[in-house]
Design a protein around this ligand. Structure first.
Ligand code: FAD
Length: 474
């Protein structure tokens, strides 16, 4: 009798190389039915945002092409995952599903629902992390809440391991059931097609991820440690959207970096990669991370309700050039440099005293690398209420941050071209330029570029006054 097929259920692990679920499905020797289910209802509030949906569309298309090279195509569906998987199992006679473990609360709940279906066995395989949650623990066996000891402990473990070979062929199901087709998922914007401006910056898919890693290791990593805080220089890997969609495994990134770079060059980069594990382990152990402050006393902070300020921040019209450059980079490319994520985040939470969840939500909708764990941890960190957070009273000054990290103004000039002709000295605070400097640069404050929407000193005082409520609640 022919062997019953197995379902290979993809979600955010969209690759064929170093894919534990794919390897396990292949190892059964049974025909494999690779599927993807767009299930916004299961993801709830955290269904992919607009930019990530655009990425997902292209990533699924390239995954299908990769799988076809192995002999099987990807079937894509929209709807309730449990219903779709049950239907596919009934239609093909499949009894087993192989998938990748996730740390997101909704993914874990969904896996529980699938595992409870009679006649189906769900096999969840190693998550897309260097180490699974629970592997890096304190001496007391508890999860770390501070990064540095987490990183120290991680480095004492055996390395994440060598990358297994990808199968060259997968046996497919003789007559795979019809699918809904990629376009039915409605992932790409049409009218207006705002994604057209992002497309030139990216190559979604496994080959794009491999190319980004190679480019980084060939051209950038040597200057990573000194350059990674300077947004005007392309010094970082830009691997985040590829990692967020699982187009390359962190183990591959780790192994290739180790193989190609001396320790002192590799380590600063691998340390950042370990932040990703830290965030995911945190989310695994603290499923409320995206919604509730890790430090509960922050619930007492008197957040402000100000739609106009929020809109100015979202549109890059705050009057602070480094903040506006960051928000426009995000809007134009779907990505923002890490240093600038911290600056714009601090500005939202401390200068405008808008709730960090508003920033988390905007990033979720606009980032191609939107990742529940990294985003939630990043926002809680910047708001002062999260793990290992900067103390709340340390408030970034957007002018000095700009002057320090974009000293020559390349970044601001690129994304805020209306200020491009100002001299370096006043670029990060155009309101201090003389009338002659402004006239010569064609800058008219309040017309071609906004006045600052808040005064730094006054905003700082108001933030510190708000923090008194947090201290009182401690
Ligand atoms: P590199 O410097 O080349 O680092 C390599 C990889 O390490 C990254 O691709 C990423 O996967 C990981 N990494 C690096 N820094 C961090 C970090 N601080 N936290 C967690 N992982 C890290 N990153 C996301 O992937 N998705 C998000 O939704 C996200 N939201 C953020 C929100 C805020 C407020 C902040 C401050 C940071 C956020 N980050 C997020 C983390 C970080 O900004 C990005 O991972 C990084 O800028 C991606 O660029 P890169 O790939 O060139 O990074």
């Amino acid at each position: 009798m022919a062997q019953a097929p197995v379902i290979l259920w993809f979600r955010d692990d969209l690759r064929v190389g170093d894919q534990p679920a794919l390897l396990a499905a292949a190892a059964t020797g049974a025909p494999v039915l690779p599927v993807f289910v767009a299930d916004d209802a299961a993801a709830g509030d955290w269904a992919p945002g607009g930019a990530a949906r655009w990425w997902l569309h292209h990533s699924l298309a390239t995954l299908d092409a990769q799988l076809r090279l192995l002999g099987v195509g990807l079937r894509v569906y929209r709807g309730d995952s449990v219903a779709v998987l049950t239907r596919l199992a009934a239609a093909t006679g499949a009894g087993a599903i192989h998938t990748t473990q996730g740390v997101e609360p909704w993914v874990r709940a969904l896996h529980d629902r699938v595992a409870a279906v009679d006649g189906l066995t769900l096999h969840t395989h190693a998550p897309d992390l260097l180490y699974p949650p629970g592997r890096v623990l304190t001496g007391q066996g508890t999860p770390y809440k501070v990064f540095t000891p987490f990183w120290r402990a991680l480095q004492t473990l055996d390395p994440p391991g060598s990358v297994p070979a990808t199968p060259t062929r997968l046996a497919g199901v003789a007559t795979p059931p019809a699918d809904d087709g990629l376009s039915a998922l409605g992932l790409c914007p049409t009218a207006p097609d705002w994604a057209a401006k992002m497309a030139p910056h990216w190559t979604p898919g496994e080959a794009g991820a491999e190319a980004a890693l190679d480019r980084f290791l060939d051209q950038r990593i040597a200057a990573y440690e000194t350059g990674r805080d300077h947004p005007g220089v392309s010094a970082t890997s830009a691997l985040s959207p590829h990692l967020a969609h699982g187009e390359i495994s962190p183990r591959t990134v780790w192994a290739r970096t180790r193989a190609r770079c001396p320790d002192e060059v590799a380590r600063p980069f691998l340390r950042e990669l370990a932040w990703r594990d830290f965030a995911h382990h945190l989310l695994h152990f603290m499923p409320d991370l995206p919604d509730l402050p890790m430090k509960p006393e922050f619930k007492a902070f008197p957040w402000v309700d100000d739609d106009r300020a929020l809109a100015a921040w979202q549109r890059g019209r705050t009057g602070y050039p480094i903040v506006d450059a960051g928000m426009r980079q995000l809007w134009q490319t779907g990505w923002m440099h890490n240093r600038v994520r911290m600056i714009v985040g601090s500005f939202l939470v401390k200068h405008l005293r808008l709730h960090w969840r508003l920033g988390e939500r905007w990033f979720w909708d606009t980032l191609v690398d939107a990742d529940l764990a990294n985003n939630a941890m990043g926002w809680q960190w910047i708001a002062g209420c999260g793990p290992d957070a900067a103390p709340y009273f340390r408030i970034f000054n957007p002018v000095t941050q700009g002057e320090k990290f974009d000293a020559k103004g390349a970044y601001v000039r690129h994304y805020v071209p209306e200020l491009a002709a100002l001299p370096d000295r006043v670029l990060h605070q155009p309101w201090t330029a003389t009338a002659a400097q402004r006239a010569q640069a064609g800058v008219r404050l309040g017309d071609t570029y906004p006045h600052p929407i808040v005064d730094h000193k006054a905003a700082r005082q108001a933030a510190l006054a708000g923090y008194e409520h947090v201290k009182a609640a401690q």
